[in-house]
Design a protein around this ligand. Structure first.
Ligand SMILES: Nc1nc2c(c(=O)[nH]1)N[C@H]1C(S)=C(S)[C@@H](COP(=O)(O)O)O[C@H]1N2
Ligand SMILES: [Mo]
Length: 438
C-alpha cells in the first residue's frame, strides 16, 4: 500500500516554491485597436489550420481556433498514457521516477518536450522524407531521402541518455517560468541511425565551419510558418563525434511520432534541446548558430554564481554544453511501504554529460552514513549506468533513500540545490525517495 508521499524530489533547504500552474504558452495573436484579429495573425492561424478561416474578420480577439485545441486541460498521450502531462499546447510530459526502472527506457516511458505544434502524423511519411544539408560552411549543399541516408551510410546503434536541460526546474526558488519538471525529463533508450559526421562530410565541411544548426518540421506555437519553434545546434566538434547520430529508430522500432519520427538528431551527454526532432534541414555555420532559442537566456547559464532572483544580463550568460552528473532511485517507488525485517533492495541509474560514473552512494539516515552501491559499466559512452544496493530497515517508521553519484571528473551531485539561474536549468540535486517500514 502506498502512503501519501511528498514530491519525488524536494529541496533540502529553503522554503519550497509554491507549485505553479502549468500554463501553456497560448499564442498571442496580434490585435488591432478594435480587438479583432490582424491580417497577419489570421494568416498564420490559417497556415496552421491548412485552410482559410472564412469568417476570420469576425473572430473575437484572443480566440484560438477550436481545431488547434482550445482546451489546455492535460490529457493522456496515446501510447504514453503513464506520463504526467504538463501541457497540451505545446505537448510536454514527464515520467514518474519509478517508471524509469528499465535498463533501456521503453518508448511508452520516454518523456516528450515540444516547443511548438508537432507536425500532423500524415506529414511524417518516411517514404518521402528528405533531409537537406546546407549553410554557409557547406561545400556542396545536398538533399538526401531517408532511404538514401539508410543505404549510403553505415548504421550504428547506441544507448544514450536524453535529458531536458530544464529537468528538476520545479525546485528552484524563486521559481523559473516554464514547465515545472520534477525528475522525469530524462530517459535512455537505444537509438539507431547514421553518424552525422558521415553525412556532413558527404556534403563537405568548409574549414571555417564552427557550428551546426537544425530545423524541424514542427510549427511555431503562433502557427506562423516563417518562425521556428526551436532551432538549436552544437559546435562542429560535438557534431563530428562518433556518437552524434541522425536517428530513425528507437529500441529497434520506428521513432515514436512525438519523439521525432521519422528522423531526429541525438547528441550524447548534451542538453536534449540540441537533439532536433522531425529534422528537415541541417546547416553548417561559420558562426555560432543563431536560430530560435539560441540567444538571450535560452539554454544559457550565468557565467558566475548569482543570488536567487538576480536579473542576469544576457551577455553574462553562456550556452549550456554537457549536462551535469546525476542519478535516480527507480526502485522502490516513493511513497511505498516495506516490511521491517527484510533487507530492502534498491536500484536506479546514474549518468553524466562527459566521462562516466565512478561511484554511487546511498544513505538511509539523511546523509549521516553512506553506502557504496554496486555499479555497472555503461553499455557504451553516454548511456546511463545501473546501480543497486541493499539497505536494512532497522525499525518501523519513515525513511528517505538518498542517492548521490560521482563521475570520473570527481564531480558529485550536490545535497542542496545547485546554483540558482534565471531559467531554472541543470538541477542535479540528489534524488530523495520516501518510504515507510511497517
Ligand atoms: N523540432 C524540434 N526538436 C526538438 C524540440 C522541439 O520542440 N522541436 N524540443 C527539444 C527539447 S527542448 C527537448 S528536451 C527534446 C525532447 O525530446 P523528446 O520530446 O523526444 O523527449 O527535443 C528537442 N528537440
Ligand atoms: Mo528541453
Amino acid at each position: 500500500m502506498d502512503f501519501p508521499a511528498p514530491q519525488p524530489h524536494l529541496p533540502l533547504t529553503g522554503p519550497r516554491p509554491l507549485p505553479r500552474e502549468a500554463t501553456p504558452e497560448q499564442p498571442a495573436p496580434a490585435l488591432n485597436r478594435r480587438g479583432f484579429m490582424s491580417r497577419l495573425s489570421l494568416a498564420s492561424m490559417s497556415a496552421a489550420l491548412g485552410a482559410e478561416i472564412v469568417f476570420g474578420d469576425q473572430m473575437p480577439a484572443g480566440l484560438v481556433p477550436a481545431a488547434l485545441g482550445q482546451s489546455a486541460a492535460p490529457q493522456a498521450i496515446p501510447g504514453k498514457e503513464a506520463l504526467s502531462v504538463f501541457n497540451n499546447r505545446p505537448l510536454v510530459a514527464e515520467t514518474p521516477a519509478h517508471l524509469l526502472d528499465d535498463e533501456i527506457t521503453p518508448a511508452k516511458y520516454l518523456f516528450v518536450r515540444n516547443n511548438g505544434l508537432a507536425p500532423a502524423p500524415e506529414q511524417l511519411n518516411p517514404e518521402n522524407w528528405t533531409l537537406e544539408i546546407a549553410g554557409e560552411s557547406c561545400v556542396k549543399p545536398v538533399t538526401l531521402t531517408l532511404k538514401e541516408l539508410k543505404e549510403k551510410f553505415t548504421q550504428h546503434t547506441l544507448q544514450m541518455v536524453l535529458e531536458c536541460a530544464g529537468n528538476g526546474r520545479s525546485e528552484f526558488n524563486p521559481p523559473a517560468t516554464g514547465n515545472q519538471w520534477t525528475t522525469g525529463g530524462v530517459g535512455c533508450p537505444t537509438w539507431t541511425g547514421v553518424r552525422l559526421r558521415d553525412v556532413l562530410e558527404y556534403a563537405g565541411i568548409k574549414p571555417d565551419a564552427v557550428y551546426i544548426g537544425y530545423y524541424g518540421a514542427d510549427l511555431h506555437l503562433s502557427g506562423d510558418i516563417k518562425k521556428s519553434s526551436i532551432s538549436r545546434g552544437v559546435p562542429i566538434k560535438k557534431a563530428l563525434e562518433d556518437e552524434s547520430l541522425l536517428v530513425f529508430a528507437m529500441n529497434g522500432e520506428d521513432l515514436p511520432l512525438e519523439n521525432g519520427h521519422p528522423l531526429r538528431l541525438m547528441f550524447g551527454g548534451w542538453a536534449a534541446s540540441t537533439c532536433g526532432k522531425w529534422v528537415k534541414r541541417i546547416v553548417i555555420r561559420d558562426r555560432e548558430h543563431d536560430g530560435e532559442k539560441m540567444k538571450g537566456h535560452s539554454y544559457r547559464m550565468p557565467r558566475y554564481p548569482v543570488a536567487p532572483g538576480t536579473k542576469v544580463p544576457a551577455e553574462d550568460m553562456d550556452i549550456i554544453a554537457a549536462m551535469p552528473v546525476k542519478s535516480l532511485v527507480t526502485f522502490p517507488k516513493s511513497g511505498s511501504t516495506h516490511p521491517t525485517a527484510d533487507f530492502l533492495s534498491i536500484r536506479g541509474h546514474a549518468w553524466t554529460g562527459e566521462g562516466d560514473i565512478s561511484e554511487v552512494h546511498v544513505s538511509l539516515d539523511f546523509g549521516i552514513t553512506w553506502h557504496e552501491a554496486d555499479l555497472r559499466p555503461a553499455s557504451n559512452r553516454y548511456a546511463w549506468q545501473h546501480w543497486k544496493a541493499e539497505l536494512k530497515l532497522p525499525q518501523r517508521g519513515y525513511y528517505e533513500i538518498w542517492a548521490r553519484a560521482t563521475d570520473s571528473q570527481g564531480r558529485s551531485q550536490p545535497m542542496v540545490l545547485p546554483g540558482w539561474n534565471p531559467e531554472g536549468y541543470l538541477n542535479n540535486t540528489c534524488h530523495r525517495v520516501a518510504i515507510q517500514a511497517i
